[in-house]
Design a protein. Structure first.
Length: 293
């Protein structure tokens, strides 16, 4: 994940009216899930221009890899903002720019952040007398921000697909999946009502739960070894399963000792607290005896 804030600079030379609508929506208070505009002005050629904050986030796919199999509550937390933004965009209440999957992220607090590229935006143009070109000519070929996947011109579609990706990670045996999956599929290319229908099902699925960045249980008992290139995938999976089972067995043993006590003979158990007090008293008596000598 990124670890520091960064900024993007965009110029609205390609479509100033759409760019201005996007800026107006952000300036009016876009909420907690759209990255904020830090500064707005004009580039040297007179086109509208903005500086947009890019907070440190994990890309959604990376966040899901860390979380593992999300519970229904975590899936609700991650997908409600995505579907709310998509519904507003489909209804015409929000000017949403183009988007790639890497521009949907989750910050360390577990909040979803969407960093769409403004419609009609190109990199800022600059006056360059030595080049022999005019500022207008210098921005005629839009060069997008480098990404690992293509931009989707329909940002709302990318948001619904992201919500579908989250629910795909939820246990398939969860009852809500049977009714929610087809509704999400219909919302991908549907209208605002289709997205609202999916949002209603998500809200009814479970109470929202926070995203917790915790390591899997098996990782707590990792011996530090790493798989060598070419290692058989089944052997690696079996090794991981053994480590996870051993960790679970140790945790179960510790819980049993705390809850039921330490076995004494075949039928009796000594409470851990009594054993601990006895150990401390015995140690103190031994230390006192040695001091008297």
């Amino acid at each position: 994940m990124t670890t520091t804030d960064s900024t993007d600079h965009w110029c609205g030379a390609a479509d100033p009216p759409a760019f201005a609508r996007w800026l107006a929506d952000r300036s009016a208070g876009c909420g907690a899930h759209l990255v904020p505009v830090l500064r707005a002005g004009r580039c040297p050629s007179g086109h509208p221009a903005v500086e947009v904050l890019r907070p440190p986030v994990r890309a959604l796919d990376e966040a899901l890899d860390v979380v593992g199999t999300p519970t229904e509550g975590v899936a609700v937390t991650l997908t409600v903002p995505l579907l709310q933004l998509a519904a507003r965009a489909r209804a015409g209440a929000l000017e949403l720019g183009v988007l790639s999957v890497e521009e949907i992220g989750v910050d360390e607090a577990g909040a979803v952040l969407v960093a769409d590229r403004p419609p009609g935006a190109v990199p800022p143009c600059h006056d360059d007398p030595a080049s022999g070109t005019t500022p207008t000519e210098s921005v005629t070929v839009p060069v997008g921000r480098p990404t690992r996947s293509p931009w989707d011109a329909d940002g709302s579609r990318q948001l619904v697909l992201a919500a579908r990706t989250v629910w795909d990670r939820v246990d398939a045996r969860t009852p809500v999946r049977e009714s929610l999956d087809p509704v999400l599929d219909a919302a991908v290319d549907g209208g605002a009502d289709d997205v609202r229908a999916a949002l209603a099902l998500v809200l009814a699925a479970a109470p929202p739960r926070p995203v917790r960045w915790t390591r899997p249980l098996g990782a707590l008992f990792d011996d530090g070894s790493t798989a060598v290139p070419g290692q058989d995938a089944r052997a690696a999976a079996a090794s991981t399963a053994v480590g996870t089972a051993a960790g679970a067995a140790l945790v179960a043993l510790a819980r049993d000792l705390v809850e039921r006590g330490i076995p004494v003979g075949s039928t009796r158990r000594l409470p851990v607290r009594i054993a601990l007090v006895g150990t401390l008293v015995t140690g103190g008596l031994v230390a006192a005896a040695v001091g008297v000598r």
